[in-house]
Structures are given as C-alpha cells and as structure tokens.
Design a protein around this ligand. Structure first.
Ligand SMILES: CC(C)(COP(=O)(O)OP(=O)(O)OC[C@H]1O[C@@H](n2cnc3c(N)ncnc32)[C@H](O)[C@@H]1OP(=O)(O)O)[C@@H](O)C(=O)NCCC(=O)NCCS
Length: 134
C-alpha cells in the first residue's frame, strides 16, 4: 500500500492496546505491557496519516533465540500487503542480526501457514506446545 510510513520504534502502550483491541486480542495490565515492549528486541510500526495501523515485534534473548510476536494489521487495512511489509522488516532485522543456527520461531494462528511460509518458515505440527496462563 502506498503512502504508509514504516517506523522502527516501540508503539506507545495506548497504540499497542488499540491494535490488540482492533482484532479482539486480550489486553493485559499496562505495566506488564510496558515491560514487555521495553524488553522487545525489535519493533516496527506502520502508520497512515499519523495513525498506527500495523505492528510487529521480535522477542527473545538477542543472541541465539528470536521469536516473532504480535503481527497485527487493523481490520480496515488488512489484505493490502501491510502484514507482508511488517514481516519483510522483521526478516530484514533477522537477516542482519542473527547468526547461522539461531532459532527463529513463531506461533501462527490457524489458517496463516501460507502467510508465514513465504518467509521460509516450516510448519512443525508435532513439537509446538504453548499455553496461556489462566
Ligand atoms: C495476519 C495479518 C497480519 C495479515 O496481514 P495482511 O496485511 O492482511 O496480509 P497481506 O495482505 O500482507 O497478505 C499476505 C498473504 O497472506 C495471506 N493472508 C493474509 N491474511 C490471511 C488470513 N487471515 N488467512 C489466510 N491467508 C491470509 C494473503 O491472502 C496474502 O496471500 P497472497 O500473497 O497469496 O495474496 C492480519 O490479517 C492480522 O492482523 N490478523 C489478525 C492478527 C493475527 O492473526 N496475526 C497473526 C498472528 S500469528
């Protein structure tokens, strides 16, 4: 999409909550959000007319383990390649900063296999486990 601005920065807490609310994801306590954003390795925000419309980040140890998290495009901007743009920025960071053999992981939502396969991620059905704390 033309005219969007790519900004390699952390979103504000309010922006992050706005993004998560827009797609119906749970929002946790503000201080935990702040801590999590501050501890992120890399963040990218996409803006249109000074308003955040997309986001993605990398979390991990910054050395050998990197996880892609919170890839979000607000609904009215979906299917216009903004998600692809976010992933391209994230993969740029990974290509420039990750050593050979580093683990690059993500947990894909149902139906998004093809979205991530374009970036050479391989689906490993048997070995992924996760849980949300109740
Ligand atoms: C997933 C998400 C980030 C994709 O962003 P987007 O800007 O709509 O994606 P793009 O326009 O760049 O699409 C790229 C490709 O992925 C496919 N794709 C995108 N969203 C898809 C979906 N929900 N289901 C299936 N395929 C999808 C597109 O069809 C497109 O394929 P093509 O290149 O063959 O045309 C966005 O739909 C979103 O924020 N969803 C809610 C949050 C979410 O689930 N995030 C991912 C967590 S793992």
């Amino acid at each position: 999409m033309e005219n969007v601005i790519v900004s390699e920065r952390k979103p504000s807490i309010e922006e992050y909550i706005y993004l998560r609310n827009s797609i119906g994801w749970r929002v946790l306590q503000h201080d935990k959000i702040e801590k999590g954003l501050n501890n992120s390795i890399y963040c990218v925000c996409i803006e249109d007319q000074d308003k955040i419309i997309g986001f993605g980040r990398i979390v991990g140890d910054g050395g050998t383990v990197f996880y892609i998290q919170d890839i979000i495009v607000i609904p009215s901007y979906q299917k216009q390649k903004i998600g692809t743009l976010i992933m391209e920025k994230i993969m740029d960071y990974i290509d420039k900063n990750c050593i050979d053999g580093a683990i690059i992981g993500l947990i894909a939502n149902n139906g998004l296999d093809n979205f991530y396969k374009k970036f050479d991620f391989t689906y490993n059905q048997n070995n992924w486990f996760y849980r949300f704390n109740a």
